[in-house]
Write a protein that binds this ligand. Structure first.
Ligand code: AMP
Length: 171
C-alpha cells in the first residue's frame, strides 16, 4: 500500500504558501489506518520503548495505537494550561513568535524509561526538537522519533538529537 495516495494536499492552508498535508483522509480509510499503525509498529519495535510521547493533537492519534501495539504506555505532550498536575514546560520558536509544550512531571520516570517521540509530521523539527528537550530535562532516555510524514526539504531531522528516526512517507 502507498499511504501517500491517502494523504490529501491542501494548498494555502492555514496560510498562503503552505501545502498542508491532510491526514484525515488517511484516518478515515480503515485499511490505510491499520496499515499505517502496523508499519509504524514494525519499524519501531526494535527500539523497545517503555513510553510513547505524543504531541497534541495529531501525535495523539498515531501515538496511542502505536503504544498499544508495542505494549508501551502513552504520555501526552500538551499545549499550555491543559494538564492538571505539575508540569515540565519548554518554550520554542515558531516562524512567528513562541510556543510552549508541557508534560506531567510525574509521567516521566528517569533514568531508565525509554521514550519514543511520535507525531504525524516533521517539518522544521521545532516541535519534535522541543519535545526531545523535555525528555532530556526529565533525565529519561530518548530512543527515537517516529513520524508518518517527513517534509525533507525543511531539514527538520538536522535539529533533532542523534537517535533513530522512523518515517513512512517522505516528500
Ligand atoms: P515543525 O515543528 O515545523 O516540525 O512542524 C511540525 C508540526 O506542525 C506537526 O505537528 C504538524 O502537524 C504541523 N505541520 C507543519 N507543517 C505542516 C504541513 N505542511 N502540513 C500539515 N501539518 C504541518
Amino acid at each position: 500500500m502507498d499511504i501517500k495516495t491517502l494523504i490529501r494536499e491542501i494548498p494555502d492552508f492555514p496560510k498562503p504558501g503552505i501545502l498542508f498535508k491532510d491526514i484525515t483522509t488517511l484516518l478515515r480509510d480503515a485499511d490505510g489506518l491499520r496499515y499505517t499503525i502496523d508499519l509504524l509498529a514494525e519499524k519501531c519495535a526494535d527500539l523497545s520503548p517503555d513510553f510513547i510521547l505524543g504531541m497534541e493533537s495529531r501525535g495523539f492519534i498515531f501515538g496511542a495505537p502505536l503504544a498499544y501495539k508495542l505494549g508501551a504506555g502513552f504520555i501526552p505532550v500538551r499545549k499550555p494550561g491543559k494538564l492538571p498536575a505539575a508540569v515540565h514546560a519548554i518554550d520554542y520558536q515558531l516562524e512567528y513568535g513562541m510556543d510552549r509544550l508541557e508534560v506531567h512531571q510525574d509521567a516521566l520516570h528517569p533514568p531508565h524509561s525509554k521514550i519514543l517521540i511520535v507525531d504525524d509530521l516533521i517539518a522544521t523539527g521545532g516541535t519534535a526538537g522541543a519535545t526531545a528537550k523535555l525528555v532530556e530535562k526529565s533525565g529519561c532516555h530518548l530512543v527515537g522519533f517516529a513520524f508518518v510524514i517527513e517534509l525533507k526539504d525543511l531539514g527538520g531531522r538536522q535539529h533533532l538529537p542523534k537517535v533513530p528516526i522512523v518515517t513512512l512517507a517522505e516528500y
